[in-house]
Design a protein around this ligand. Structure first.
Ligand SMILES: [Zn+2]
Length: 154
C-alpha cells in the first residue's frame, strides 16, 4: 500500500529527476534487485523504494548534533552501524537517518499515517512501513505516540 502510494505520488516528478535521485539510482536498483523485483525500465526503480522527504532530511542533517557526532566518529575510524553515501547523506543501512528535529519527524510520521494512501494504519503496520526507509533512535515509540494522539484513531 505504501509502495503504491509512493509510486503514485512520485509520478508527477518522474520526468525530471533531481541530482539526488540520479546519484541514488544505482543504489536503489541494487535494493530493488535484492527485493526480487524485476526491473522493466530505468524509471521503475525510483518510485517503488524512494522515501519521501529525503531532500528535507538531507538539509536538516547538516545541523543535527547527534548526526555530527556520528560523522566525527566515522572520520576518526571508529566503527559505527552508519554509513555516509556519496552525496553526504547519513544512512543506517538502507534507511535515511532522520535528524533530531520534531518538525521533520512529524512530517515523516504524518505522511506514513494519514496520507490519502495510508489511511491511518495502526502503529505496528506503520512502523513496519517506516523502518524500511527511515531510522532514528526510538522510532517505534514515536510512532506509537503519534498514533495515540491521532484524533481520528481514538
Ligand atoms: Zn489516525
Amino acid at each position: 500500500m505504501v509502495a503504491n502510494a509512493l509510486s503514485r505520488k512520485n509520478k508527477a516528478t518522474l520526468g525530471k529527476p533531481t541530482l539526488w535521485e540520479e546519484r541514488q539510482l544505482a543504489e536503489l536498483k541494487e535494493m530493488v534487485t535484492e527485493l526480487g523485483i524485476i526491473l522493466g525500465g530505468e524509471q521503475l526503480a525510483l518510485p517503488i523504494v524512494q522515501p519521501m522527504y529525503q531532500e528535507q532530511i538531507l538539509q536538516t542533517q547538516s545541523s543535527d548534533i547527534e548526526g555530527s557526532k556520528i560523522r566525527k566518529k566515522m572520520k576518526v575510524g571508529i566503527e559505527t552501524p552508519f554509513q555516509v553515501v556519496n552525496n553526504g547523506t547519513l544512512m543506517m543501512g538502507q534507511c535515511l537517518c532522520v535528524p533530531d528535529d520534531e518538525i521533520v519527524k512529524h512530517m515523516v510520521l504524518r505522511e506514513a499515517h494519514e496520507s490519502k494512501f495510508t489511511m491511518h494504519h495502526g502503529n505496528t503496520k506503520m512502523y513496519q512501513d517506516l523502518k524500511h526507509h527511515y531510522w532514528w533512535p526510538n522510532m517505534k515509540r514515536k510512532v506509537a505516540e503519534y498514533v495515540s494522539k491521532c484524533g481520528i484513531c481514538q
